[in-house]
Design a protein. Structure first.
Length: 450
């Protein structure tokens, strides 16, 4: 057993850039050692959206870009002992496993050992007692779309230990995709809290893809990053002592330095001394970062504490309909005409709809919902401005009125409006509960489809 194991991330969310796995796989092949490639493609509501897709098509519900993600690299991964772990199963892990098996067959590969992790989906009887009273009332007035707990890494590790070449999951904690392979390779105990915490933070550094290699970090003139059109996705090198070195594939753009790693290390941590995950409570309050050379940063001094006896559950419910409409104005008094358009919509649809009006290019990010926030109007006025109005409502027909009213601005005034775009789509609301771990029975099984 080597004292060094590598895990890399080739997706940080559903819809992330394609083709980024190729330089990673090439580097793993050059090094000639077993490694793991992870795909993290679930955000908080992605799985609920996948459930909605599956209602329309029983064969859907997994990552829609799965074929494009895996087809170019699956043969090289299999022949070079590069494991693949991904939560790209979303609401239909078995469907994802079937597609992977089909891809392998089309490549002339022998049948693969594809493991499917199960147990994240939970019924109302499990989570309902642990919702707040207000959330229980909200759920009683709406329709349940999805309910899933964040599983840990154990089933991933057990699947890999049993010989899985590819592990497909639904909802798991993001770092678990990395913790599982590391626990399998180093054969550590599941109460080795320090190792689990170190592995968890390694996974945390990987989970958002190019955020740690300079993508989300970049701010021209303040934090300059070169080569972002070809940004490399992250690789961690992990040893048996739990030391983690962050790097990226050679000849790719972006950067790994102490600042990029610091930003990602702190990303979404409510308490750096107690980062709660299904596997461990991680403590980075004494963490140390050391630059080892170009695009190489070492993370040390991460500690762990015993895991909590509850698991977080995301419950997504029907939130009605979200209607949006946009129209542009250009030239003389562009901003004033856009404001008049917003006023017209407010007069025609309030109070039936609770409207938000934005003036994109003026105050769309920091404005109040009414559009009355500060506008940074340049001397001489705006050359062009885009008015956006949005509303959410349970009644689809009422929400759709917004789309019609924005379209009517073409000729109902003010002058010179163009480029109307409208949309009406289902909206989701998210509730959170913490359910006793003992109620959840995760497992894995090998896919046996044709």
């Amino acid at each position: 057993m080597s004292n060094l194991y590598r895990v890399a991330c080739a997706a940080g969310f559903s819809g992330d850039r394609l083709g980024v796995a190729r330089p990673i796989v090439d580097e793993f092949i050059r090094l000639g050692e077993p490694a793991c490639l992870i795909f993290e493609s679930l955000a908080e509501r992605t799985l609920a959206l996948a459930q909605l897709d599956r209602r329309q098509n029983a064969a859907a519900g997994y990552e829609p870009l799965l074929q494009e993600m895996l087809e170019p690299i699956i043969a090289d991964c299999v022949s070079n002992h590069i494991s693949i772990v991904g939560n790209f199963g979303a609401a239909n892990p078995e469907g994802a496993a079937q597609l992977i098996a089909d891809i392998a067959k089309s490549k002339g590969l022998p049948p693969l050992k594809i493991a499917v992790v199960k147990g994240d989906e939970i019924p109302p009887s499990v989570f309902m007692p642990y919702l707040s009273k207000a959330d229980q009332i909200m759920l009683s007035k709406s329709a349940l779309v999805s309910a899933n707990v964040y599983l840990g890494a154990r089933e991933i590790a057990e699947a890999l230990e049993a010989g899985a070449q590819i592990v497909v999951t639904g909802r798991v904690a993001d770092p678990a995709l990395t913790v599982g392979p590391l626990m399998t390779h180093f054969k550590k105990s599941w109460d080795d809290w320090n190792f689990l915490a170190q592995a968890t933070m390694a996974g945390h550094l990987l989970e958002c893809g190019a955020q740690v290699t300079g993508g989300y970090f970049a701010d021209p003139g303040v934090k300059d990053v070169s080569g972002l059109a070809n940004v490399g996705f992250p690789i961690i090198e992990f040893d048996s002592a739990g030391n983690c070195c962050v790097t990226k594939a050679p000849d790719t753009g972006g950067v790994v330095n102490r600042m990029t790693v610091t930003e990602q290390l702190l990303y979404e941590l409510h308490d750096p001394a107690a980062y709660l995950t299904p596997d461990v409570v991680a403590d980075i309050s004494k963490a140390q970062l050391q630059e080892l050379g170009e695009n190489r940063v070492m993370l040390k001094q991460v500690f762990g504490h015993q895991r909590h006896e509850t698991l977080k559950a995301n419950i997504c419910i029907d939130g009605g309909w979200l209607a949006e409409g946009e129209i542009s104005y250009a030239g003389h008094h562009a901003f004033e005409r856009a404001q008049l358009a917003g006023k017209i919509i407010l007069e025609r649809l309030s109070p039936a709809l609770d409207l938000r009006v934005d003036y994109i290019g003026s105050s769309s990010v920091f404005a109040s919902d009414s559009g009355d926030g500060p506008s940074f109007k340049a001397q001489g006025g705006f050359e062009d401005i885009r008015m956006r109005v949005a509303a959410a409502h349970q009644d689809k027909a009422l929400a759709h009125q917004l789309c019609r009213e924005v379209t009517a601005l073409y000729t109902c005034g003010p002058a010179g409006g163009g480029g109307v775009r409208t949309s009406l789509r289902p909206r989701l609301n998210t509730l959170v509960a913490y359910v006793p771990r003992d109620f959840i029975k995760p497992s894995f099984q090998f896919f046996s489809g044709e």
